[in-house]
Design a binder for this molecule. Sequence first.
Ligand code: F6P
Length: 329
Amino acid sequence: MADDIVKIKTIGVLTSGGDSPGMNAAIRAVARAAFHSNINVIGIKHGYYGLINDEFEKLDTHSVSNIIQRGGTTLKSARSEEFRTEEGRAKAAENLKKYEIDALVTIGGDGTFTGANKLSKEHGINVVGVPATIDNDIIGTDETIGYDTALNTALDAIDKIRDTADAHERMFLVEVMGRDTGFIALETGIASGAELALLPEELTHVDEVKEQLHDMLKQQRRSSLVVVAEGDETGGAMKLADNIKDDFSQYDVRVCILGHVQRGGAPTARDRVLASRLGAAAVNVLMEGHSEVMVGVVNNALKITPLRVAISKKKALDHTLIDLARVLR
Ligand code: F6P
């Protein structure tokens, strides 16, 4: 870490990968914190695709007005195959030099950070990552931007499904997002009082699932709700339903896949505050001379993690929560 304040004239900012609620609040915070220190900000549209294809636009304080409460991302997001190649990253670096951008703030998840790290290593571009993904799978921060909103969106839907499941005495398998990690499934499972939460991190045997459900149904339960992470090894809610429905025909097994509903909507207060803190912190750490780092909040304090560490592995689930879910079901 450098002790002196580094002179930065222009910062670029982009959002990349799957969008998450709170990305706009993060863009706003980057811009406003930069303006506060007399730094220019250039927004890059469509993530790395726009970085390669010259989709640059200067932001001013009005460009980020009235966006803190909006889901999606005003800078748009995309996945760029070309940026995965050295040639693609070379084009991106040329554009950054053309616009005299001294440093880049990349808002997204591990794929976004992997690209930023390569861009920095190959072309000496100063980069800082702001973790934003509903999956909450990034180490170096207790929560990622968008996770809290997605959790509450999914929970609201699951509570509604419980009402109708109860009225009809049915079994519902509800699929939530989480291709590789089960944060949403585990926490919505606990918060909704689900009978089971099936997670990619835990081995799931269909026979055990059937046995556990049979045991619970023997205890006079009239409806049951199973939260299934999309990446669970059972193959998701639809496949699981096919595999268990004959054993539970008296409960009329139904499936609900929540899907992209979980990615949209107005960010919660917690996500807006987190995004505001992390967006401003990104600008500050660049001014302090850091690069190839991610900003996060751990135990309510800002924390800097090298990008190579942030992308080295997925964040693990809290095993005490997995145990708690088992005790309380
Ligand atoms: O944003 C993360 C995530 O929602 C994963 O949980 C999911 O598998 C994936 O994105 C889907 O992304 P897309 O709809 O962009 O293919």
